[in-house]
Design a protein around this ligand. Structure first.
Ligand SMILES: [Zn+2]
Length: 145
């Protein structure tokens, strides 16, 4: 927790939560098999090795696949009003990062498999117990040149 902000889950974000542009997705990389895991782990999910490095991942990646999410997630998620369908994608983070699931902030017609995206962190909801802003993540499509 950083001031009046907290990560959506411990071990999944790194950086100063007061500076959202500096926040990165975090996790572990196995020294035995090399796999990257979203979220800090104690053992590798692939080979069970305890030899893990805790790392921050690239804030860019590409869309492996996606679907269109037509219904808003349940409370306490803060959602745009009115709700508009959005792409929900499997994203391969650059630099051999993990494949993770995340929403893309764009019109579903603008998403495409192989499309380039970048991370955007923001306030997802307010923690009911502490009143803290809970920081979560999404992606935006890179502008085509
Ligand atoms: Zn491993």
């Amino acid at each position: 927790m950083s001031g009046d902000r907290m990560a959506f889950r411990d071990g999944f974000l790194s950086g100063d939560l007061a500076k959202l542009g500096d926040v990165r997705l975090a996790g572990s990389r196995c020294r035995a098999c090399g796999i990257a895991l979203f979220g800090r782990r104690l053992r590798c999910e692939n080979c069970s090795s305890p030899a893990l490095d805790h790392v921050s991942f690239a804030d860019t990646g590409s869309i492996h696949s996606y679907t269109v999410q037509r219904y808003p997630p349940p409370q306490p998620n803060a959602c745009p009003e009115p709700w508009l369908p959005r792409p929900l994608a499997w994203i391969d983070l650059d630099d051999c990062g993990p494949r993770i699931l995340g929403p893309i902030r764009c019109n579903p017609d603008d998403a495409e498999i192989g499309g380039r995206v970048h991370l955007v962190c923001g306030v997802g909801w307010i923690d009911q117990a502490s009143g803290a802003e809970v920081i979560d993540y999404a992606f935006e499509m890179d502008k085509r040149i």
